[in-house]
Design a protein around this ligand. Sequence first.
Ligand code: SF4
Length: 377
Amino acid sequence: MVSSLDRLRDQLKRRGVATDVIDWWGRHRRALPWRALAGAKPDPYRVWLSEVLLQQTTATGAAPYFLEFVRRWPTVEALGAAPLEAVMQSFAGLGYYSRARNLHACAQAVAAAGGQFPRREADLLRLPGIGPYTAAAIAAIAFDEAAAPIDGNIARILSRLMAFETPVARNRPALESSAVALTPLSRPGDYAQALMDIGATICRPRNPDCERCPLARACLGRRAGAPESFPSKGERKARPARVGAAFYVERADGAFLARRRPPRGLLGSTMELPGGSWVEGEIQAVDASAAPFAASWRRLPGYVEHVFTHFSLRLALYAAPAPSASAPPGMVWINPNDIGSSGFSGLMKKAALSAASEFRSPAFKRRSNAPSAKTRS
Ligand code: SF4
């Protein structure tokens, strides 16, 4: 098994796969805001920042975040010196706020070391928030080290190229050895970025566009006639469905109540509407028992839905006019115009905007004149 894999690798190398890929990239590279122009030296700060942002979203989704970060903090020293709150705020909407904390901690560590990122994978791995993929991507792109980053897209390309049927999660050693064997010593950074572009635009999960692919000549998956079938998907685990309630309280001037989540855990340190825990169950079973104080709570129609990596969430929304103009302990009033800059997660922004719109509707006002269905005292 190992010797046939070695033989395949040798064949692919002899066929000049990496050269074809780099030549293709010279003609078709995507223009992305964090990329150095052809022939220019990449800025390690921009490479690192883009790779961290791209852990959360696509290039299109990451671009506005990247531009905002480099506008506010053009150097790693500036980012390290920024208040954590401001960094969290600019990260809001990307989820996984522990990554924003790590981003800030990493900037501080690099700034403390003189502002220079280490160039070797092993040293990059010691920095906060940098895992194996990100370390390899930075080493390759920023420093032209012969590192072999493997994310989901690159794992798919390699699986098809080598006709690996085994699901990616169970095939790491073969994928890693293939990736290392194929990585050229000359221009490994361009090669890595080319694979990223091929994964995003050509060797897509469905309908790979083999006609345009620089790997087509060598691709064993394509030769087998069904490139999409590589790698096999493996067993899918059902994502648990959790439910909860969020409570929207609006003051006469339009401000609403919010609180900050604890720093550790899911969506740590972001702002949220007050509410209870998220538990597995049905949305119909959610009631107002988790309300933060007694008020004339009204359930709003529908719910807000959000999908996290490990579970899906449906939040029932309750609304009430503010019983008092002062904020209860641990809560603050938020002006609705400041919602984008107050550190709300995408989920909670969606919940607050949806609740505000329902709360101000004539239907809600009519229903508010009838006795409330549920209150908490
Ligand atoms: S030839 Fe087709 S299947 Fe093979 S790597 Fe290219 S796009 Fe993917």
